[in-house]
Design a protein around this ligand. Structure first.
Ligand SMILES: Cc1cc2nc3c(=O)[nH]c(=O)nc-3n(C[C@H](O)[C@H](O)[C@H](O)COP(=O)(O)O)c2cc1C
Length: 371
């Protein structure tokens, strides 16, 4: 079925096709009967999939990566495809139109995407306005409150025009605004399409940034009386070994709650020559092993102490298992959804159950770091 839909979608410009499918998921999420049908079809429930990480409980370890639903308009519908968590964003303080088009390319031969979007999003105020109106609807119908028990992450980033030395102000302000609507917040310092953003991964930069962010989340916890919101840091696959050590040291010192490895790569691995010169970050199958090796290094260097969300080139259960065996507690997908379709979370979850049964494991957590 998806191969037919994919044929039609792939006739369209990639960005247009994305907006169409996102609108469909938004509608499905807002239509109770559709949402229930999707859940019945795609959601896989099994005790071996239930996972705890970064202080949160996940119905299964498979999530949708940031960038798919930048404005958080379709999280309910997307979660109904069987994801244990959905990460919305990247949100910035002000609305942004992003980089000039064309800026999104499918590399069909390699099951990959190159994007140079540059965080186009409606800005945090628009997100908050929507979230608040949904909240009031939820209050009148408590049974609709997160019926799928999915975890919602919110990914935040520096605005295009914010100078790098004032980046922390953006992250702190965004954290304050989105925290009431997030089960966790991701500090994105690794997208290649916002000038200077990845400089925030340098030792002094990330130390200062995380200090400010962690102090703010403590203040928020005290004033709201709520548990501190978990903070995750999303990193690039292109860090050198020394740079990775610096980033990990800063994350461990700040006592952040986890790392998301990885964002897209500026490398041009395993793609046809005609795509090599395109600007932007490469995702999908060519990123798979680069990101898995990053996860393996992080797991080793932190003695398995730091929760890792593994992302990059996962388009089947084996690729997800590879990341968990390398040290990931959870995984995320983006490009795999575009090429494989909406049943990807279901396929992966079924594969994880099968793997647990084969190895006689009670829970997928026992697979973590086995390699
Ligand atoms: C079109 C596109 C847009 C993306 N936008 C974001 C974003 O806004 N923020 C972010 O942290 N990552 C973003 N990503 C990166 C993904 O979340 C993910 O880390 C990366 O694509 C690797 O996973 P994949 O190979 O499964 O796609 C984007 C990826 C793609 C393909």
């Amino acid at each position: 079925m998806y191969s037919l839909i994919r044929k039609l979608l792939f006739q369209l410009d990639a960005e247009r096709a994305h907006h169409l499918s996102l609108s469909a998921m938004r509608w499905a999420g807002q239509t109770p009967i559709m949402r229930t049908m999707l859940q019945k079809w795609y959601a896989v429930q099994h005790p071996c999939l239930e996972t705890n990480a970064s202080g949160l409980h996940f119905a299964n370890p498979v999530g949708l990566a940031a960038g798919y639903d930048k404005n958080g308009i379709a999280a309910q519908g997307l979660a109904a495809l069987g994801f244990g968590h959905v990460e919305i964003g990247t949100l910035t303080r002000l609305p942004q139109i992003g980089n000039p088009k064309p800026r999104l390319y499918r590399v069909i031969k390699s099951n990959a995407i190159i994007n140079s979007l540059g965080f186009p999003n409606e800005g945090v105020e628009a997100f908050l306005a929507r979230a608040k109106s949904q909240e009031s609807r939820i209050q009148t119908q408590p049974s609709t409150l997160n019926p799928q028990r999915f975890v919602q992450g919110i990914n935040i980033g520096k605005g295009k025009d914010t100078p790098i030395e004032r980046a922390a102000e953006d992250y702190v302000a965004l954290l304050r605004q989105v925290a009431p609507y997030a089960n966790y917040v991701t500090v994105n310092i690794s997208s290649p399409n916002t000038l200077g953003l990845r400089q925030l991964q340098a030792r002094e930069m990330i130390e200062g940034l995380l200090k400010a962010v962690m102090a703010e989340r403590q203040t928020l916890a005290v004033t709201s009386g709520q548990r501190p919101v978990p903070i995750l840091v999303k990193i690039a696959p292109d860090l050198t070994s020394d740079e990775l050590d610096d980033v990990l040291a800063a994350i461990m010192t700040a006592e952040a709650d986890g790392v998301i490895a990885t964002n897209t790569t500026i490398g041009r691995l395993d793609i046809p020559k005609s795509f090599v010169a395109l600007k932007g970050g490469l995702s999908g199958r060519p990123l798979r092993y680069l990101s898995t090796e990053m996860i393996r290094l992080i797991y080793k260097r932190t003695n398995g102490q730091l929760p890792i969300i593994g992302v990059g080139g996962i388009d089947n259960a084996d690729a997800a298992i590879e990341k968990i065996r390398a040290g990931a507690s959870l995984v995320q997908v983006y490009t795999g959804m575009v090429f494989t379709g909406p049943s990807l979370a279901k396929q992966i979850n079924r594969g994880l159950i099968h793997e647990c049964k084969q190895l006689g494991l009670k829970n997928v957590v026992e697979l973590r770091g086995r390699d």
